[in-house]
Design a protein around this ligand. Structure first.
Ligand code: DOR
Length: 422
């Protein structure tokens, strides 16, 4: 089966080129002009073809919390956001800490048949932080990384063993950095706004201490480590310094950390509650600087869908997390590219190429011989975000009413159209 995508602006690794793309079965067969006949022709005139987004930090909630999201609804939301591959976190019920759950997720995702779903196995059994999970068996079953996301592994010796053992299987530990002995019931960033609102704050050190600990382990053991959802200016400084010193550390951040500040908590909207919390302007600016200078390698969503009953309660009681997979491209494009902070190829490195490199996944780049995981977007078309229209079961976005550019018109996975919005 041959598909020709004609007349689009194609985002290659280092440039945007007006050209055609010929897809043969699941691969990109040619890039250029006059590429011959095809079984299907897609006219992308006026549109832009980007590499499929790889969101390496997503909560799909299945098994166990299907009221919030399931693999089918999460996959549909993903392709609606131009995402062709997701890595899903293990804080499900049962926790994804063994080969059976890994295999279940892989098989269920294949049945759903929308985006590619790569399970992340738990570092410790039940994410309890006490004993290592079946790392080798999970790797064999298809786990692409390890994490106790939602929590840090507080016992440094267990974390040491996990990082060493994981590296034997070429897996990375993705570290949710939160010193649980220092959180002390904090639900927002500790600062002026937490005081103003009477909400208990979390110091930046809650996050930074664990970033330091995990970087120290990576240095001592000479193994790679990946730092999740960086939110503090000081965390950016620590990671920048570690990279300068040659430590094998990669890091990610999310759109809410480079767009929002904790000014948004002052109306007590629980959709603004997330872990780690959104911080202050100096953090937001440092995150942008970190993205620009390569300290922060990847943009992910930490897509954390929650049901209304988990969010429509007092701020202190509400669940942490934001539903983000359908808006990550448009928000990132609007706030980073349209605003002149980076180019579109640079953005796609953060959203596609670097996640693929970080976890040794396929895809991430439009190139001859590469897998045909793509999205076609209209960069001129603006729309207003409305969480109630999300395909995800999680409507919990803090970006309601934001005007963004970059509508996803179509998403192709393995050369097949999985989503269209004409
Ligand atoms: O806000 C968050 N929600 N942060 C996490 O790390 C976990 C996530 C969830 O699972 O809801």
């Amino acid at each position: 089966m041959k598909t020709l995508i004609k007349n689009g602006s194609v985002v290659l690794k280092d440039e945007v080129r007006k050209c055609d793309l010929l897809i043969e079965d699941d691969k990109i067969a040619a890039i250029g002009e006059n590429l011959g006949k095809a079984d299907k022709v897609i006219d992308a005139a006026g549109k832009t073809v980007i590499p499929g987004i790889i969101d390496m930090h997503v909560h799909l909630r299945e098994p166990g919390f299907e009221g919030k999201e399931d693999i089918a609804s999460g996959s549909l939301a993903a392709v609606a956001g131009g995402v062709t591959q997701v890595c899903c976190m293990p804080n499900t019920n049962p926790v994804c800490d063994n080969a059976v759950v890994v295999r279940y997720i892989v098989e269920r995702a294949k049945e759903v048949g929308l985006c590619k779903v790569r399970p992340i196995g738990a570092i410790t059994k039940g994410e309890q932080g006490e004993s290592l999970s079946d790392i080798g068996k999970m790797a064999k079953a298809g786990a692409v990384a390890l994490s106790d996301d939602g929590k840090s592994v507080m016992n440094s010796n267990i974390m040491r063993l996990a990082m060493e053992y994981a590296s034997d299987f070429n897996l990375k530990c993705l570290c949710h950095c939160e010193d649980r002995t220092l959180v002390d019931g904090g639900v927002v960033n500790e600062g002026y706004n937490s005081t103003l609102c009477g909400l208990k704050g979390q110091l930046r050190a809650v996050e930074d201490i664990m970033i330091c600990r995990d970087i120290c382990l990576a240095q001592s053991l000479d193994v790679p480590v990946h730092i999740c959802h960086v939110s503090t200016y000081s965390g950016v400084e620590i990671i920048r310094d570690a990279k300068k010193r040659g430590i094998k550390v990669t890091a990610e951040t999310c759109p809410h950390y480079f767009i929002l500040t904790d000014d948004i908590i002052t109306d007590f909207d629980t959709y603004t509650k997330v872990s780690p919390p959104v911080r202050e302007e100096k953090d937001r600016l440092a995150i942008i600087e970190g993205l620009k200078d390569g300290t922060l390698d990847c943009i992910v969503t930490d897509h954390a869908p929650h049901s209304k009953k988990d969010k429509e309660v007092e701020y202190n009681l509400a669940a942490f997390g934001m539903s983000g997979i359908e808006t990550s491209f448009a928000l990132s494009y609007t706030y980073l590219v349209k605003s002149g902070i980076m180019t579109l190829p640079e953005l796609m490195k953060k959203m596609s190429y670097n996640p693929a490199e970080t976890l040794s996944l396929e895809g991430g780049e439009i190139k001859v011989g590469g897998v045909a995981d793509l999205a076609i977007v209209d960069l001129e078309q603006s729309y207003e975000i409305d969480g109630e229209k999300f395909l995800s079961k999680g409507k919990n976005t803090p970006f309601n009413g934001y005007k963004v550019y970059g509508k996803v018109c179509a998403t192709l996975v393995d050369g097949q159209i999985k989503y269209e919005n004409k």
